[in-house]
Design a protein around this ligand. Sequence first.
Ligand code: NAI
Ligand code: MG
Length: 353
Amino acid sequence: MKQFKVATIPGDGIGKEVVPAATDVLDTVAEIHGGISFEFTSFPYSCEYYLEHGEMMPEDGLERLQEYDSIFLGAVGNKALVPDHISLWGLLIKIRREFEQAINIRPAKLLSGVQSPLVNPNDFDLIVVRENSEGEYSSVGGRIFRGKDEIAIQNGIFSRRGTSQAMNFAFELASKRKKHVTSATKSNGIYHSMPFWDEVFEEVSKNYPHVETDSQHIDALAAFFVTQPERFDVIVASNLFGDILTDIGAGIMGSVGIAPAANINVNGKYPSMFEPVHGSAPDIIGKGIANPIGQVWTAKMMLDHFGEEEIGSVLLDVIESTTHDRILTADIGGVYTTQEVTEEIITRLKERA
Ligand code: NAI
Ligand code: MG
């Protein structure tokens, strides 16, 4: 029996509603699998915690979290209690940075029965691998001559290590999927970093002769996400390009409430963190109508990360069978509650056993 120790941080708002739903689903997954189990430990780090303690998590918070195989997070943010930059930097970004979660992955797939805003979405199923620690999001640079003659310089940081790490991850992932990697570049406009990005991509791709590649400028790629998303499998992108692409990905899926994500620690020194794309959804807190699919699909990504890909794909099949049969929450045009959708997923999982 393999036991996975998971730190859960429900956080704020609907995080408190969808995390318990998803851990119930995971307990059912363990039950029907037979060979795995989960030990969940819940941490109260949130904006309410901040009001009480003056910090988003205790000083030894990271040390405590480090003991777990992974972190399963709901959403953080409650502007009425704490400014967003404090809650974000005090918890989420701290964990991502300190635990060297250098890669962010976000799938975008059309679920049967869910209406995409695209008129003709076809059957897309792609995943963006975003370099998550360097690139355009650096603090290197500065401003001089404040006032009329002011100059601002913002440097991008592209290391061979960070770049090839993201690319290797993308190729490994593609090897288990449709065996195609698209590189998001802009080497026609960005003079230094993007030609370097292209070179590293070329180098890394040589180690994966069975994976097809192509390279697209980010502007054209953004348009293709809207016009032909079905042509992509795995896309590897720098921090900024990946940030923008993944939001288009979530957009074409039909609701932010169904989109999953993972922050991956590649060197194995620290736990990875799994969190849906959506936030705390203050407008629907307590109504019982939050879509649990984003969090449950995120749980599927955690299963994949643990090497339990077979049961992970069963879980995604089951999620899709419920949307196909239109057991939907309000954000995707249905009338069902968080609890009803969750129970339906659990029932169908048991039927599959
Ligand atoms: P949001 O994602 O919380 O909400 C945007 C819209 O989508 C709202 O209308 C909401 O009701 C709806 N929505 C989101 N998730 C849903 C779900 N599972 N089911 C049904 N409807 C859903 O984004 P917003 O309003 O910009 O941010 C609210 C708070 O969440 C802020 O404090 C923000 O900083 C924080 N936030 C946190 C994130 C995280 O923890 N990773 C990510 C995004 C925002
Ligand atoms: Mg973004």
